[in-house]
Design a protein around this ligand. Structure first.
Ligand code: ADP
Ligand code: ADP
Length: 227
């Protein structure tokens, strides 16, 4: 079943003063299956974040449309959780409170706490629920931000270079963590990276993007058996 459909999507920036325009990409067509782990791979500036943000509903395409499930995307929605390069946790809240923050609007405090603890366990942070963000390493902060996104029960997890700011060793650990999460939850994952190794290691399918004229150059399945 197709979970996400991207149809003839174009993104163009118009500069009215100079009467110029810049097309990041056009004619993007993509079908993503439920439970698929997809990488968007390409050099910096090719439009990976732009495409991810359009799917997230955080940015608008100039042409075309994105459909999630059977609904056209018109803005952000609870069906899509986003993890950015920077965790952006609230420094005055504990790890647990950070994950509970969005949940408290949907359920009572006990339920929110139960759910937050469940997802903090999934990312192996049970021992740090009472810690504050400044007491955590960069990798741990990213795990909190993944738990925070997942606790809201999205159908799709969108990740924009989530490990881009981390050292190589931490990255490797988090690769295992993300694989574990994917196996445990069966979520559809769209993962933006400029790191070929990372996309081969993690995903089922790689969408390779390039600059000028911009768009998808090719796509290929990853057939490396994963543990
Ligand atoms: P990537 O994620 O692959 O690094 P981005 O999606 O961040 O690429 O950016 C794609 C292109 O769009 C870049 O060339 C960038 O300079 C351009 N761009 C982004 N925002 C704007 C803007 N507000 N106006 C004009 N160009 C922009
Ligand atoms: P990254 O490469 O980390 O994804 P960028 O450095 O491409 O991010 O973009 C950072 C911010 O600057 C974004 O909000 C983007 O929209 C904006 N931006 C990027 N390129 C341009 C541009 N040519 N004109 C205006 N804004 C831009």
């Amino acid at each position: 079943m197709d979970h996400v459909i991207v149809k003839d999507v174009e993104k163009t920036y118009f500069n009215k003063e100079e009467n110029t325009s810049f097309t990041v990409f056009n004619n993007i067509n993509l079908k993503i299956k439920k439970g698929e782990f997809l990488s968007l791979l390409g050099p910096s500036g090719c439009g990976k974040s732009t495409l991810l943000n359009i799917i997230a509903g955080l940015d608008k395409s100039t042409k075309g449309m994105v459909q999630v499930g059977s609904k056209p995307v018109n803005g952000p929605g609870p069906d899509r959780g986003v993890v950015f390069q920077e965790a952006a946790l609230m420094p005055w809240l504990t790890v647990l409170e950070n994950v509970m923050f969005g949940l408290k609007k949907k359920m009572n405090k006990e339920q929110a706490e139960k759910k937050a603890l469940e997802y903090l366990k999934l990312v192996h942070l049970s021992k740090f629920v009472k810690s504050y963000p400044h007491e955590l390493s960069g990798g741990m902060k990213q795990r909190v931000s993944i738990a925070r996104a997942l606790a809201m029960d999205p159908e799709i997890l969108l990740m924009d270079e989530p490990f881009g700011a981390l050292d190589e060793q931490t990255r490797s650990m988090l690769h295992k963590e993300v694989q574990y999460i994917w196996e445990q939850t069966g979520k559809t994952i769209i993962f933006v990276t400029h790191n070929i190794r990372e996309s081969v290691l993690l995903s089922d399918r790689i969408i390779l993007m390039g600059t000028r004229p911009g768009g998808i150059i090719s796509e290929f399945p990853v057939n490396i058996p994963r543990p």
